[in-house]
Design a protein around this ligand. Structure first.
Ligand SMILES: [Zn+2]
Length: 216
């Protein structure tokens, strides 16, 4: 997904949960996942190339970093950066795999609910045997050059990232659904994490993380 959408999604999902300075750290770490280092050989950062298991392991790794930082009581910034990395991955999930397509299959074409009613956490679809994310082919690098994108899509297979992604509005009708699903999932990840923080610590630990006294 393009940076501006990651930023909007984080703001919509989390602006009432974190102080603006804490949220800014999260957003910067989220967007930094798309720098060159994060794009090459890190399919788990973006749920690319069918790296579902690696993606879920990466999410858990980030949660564990956050819990360790909070238990430790030291500098809080690494915990917020880890949450930024986690939110990037879950937001990309809906734009890089066929989750929304599988979800839409349970509705008649003219009865698809509006984007804000999308079910972002359907476990049957998350575990569906036909769930696939776009494969990264070497020729994919051409898609970095905007005017070559239509050409790149023609020369790449249907299961490529170039042909499967819903990263920006021109990619079609599912784009608003990808945004709404990502907002819901981001909020869900915050709630999940809050529960785990309260299990190991207390409201003070959560307050340190969010920089707000009433996040939950
Ligand atoms: Zn990404």
């Amino acid at each position: 997904m393009l940076s501006q959408y990651h930023r909007d999604i984080c703001q919509r999902a989390l602006e009432s949960k974190f102080s603006s300075r804490a949220l800014e750290i999260i957003i910067k770490a989220n967007i930094a996942q798309d720098n060159l280092h994060g794009l090459v050989g890190h399919h788990e950062y973006h749920f690319d190339d069918n790296a579902f298991e690696a993606g879920y392991a990466y999410l858990e790794e980030q949660r564990n970093i956050i819990l360790a930082v909070l238990s430790d009581g030291g500098n809080i910034v690494p915990a917020r950066k880890a949450f930024g990395r986690l939110t990037h991955a879950v937001q990309d999930f809906y734009a890089h795999c066929n989750y929304l397509e599988l979800w839409a299959q349970s509705f008649a074409e003219d009865e698809l609910p509006p984007p804000h009613q999308v079910d972002a956490l359907n476990q049957t679809i998350i575990n569906h045997p036909d769930l696939r994310s776009g494969r990264i082919y070497f020729r994919e690098v051409l898609a970095f050059i905007p005017f070559l994108r239509p050409f790149t899509r023609r020369i790449l297979p249907a299961d490529s990232h170039a042909n499967m992604n819903i990263d920006y509005p021109e990619r079609g009708a599912f784009f608003p659904y990808a945004i709404e699903a990502a907002v819901k999932r981001t909020l869900h990840e915050f709630e999940l994490l809050s529960e785990r923080i309260l299990e190991i610590g207390d409201h003070i630990a959560l307050k340190r993380f969010t920089d707000l006294s009433t996040s939950v």
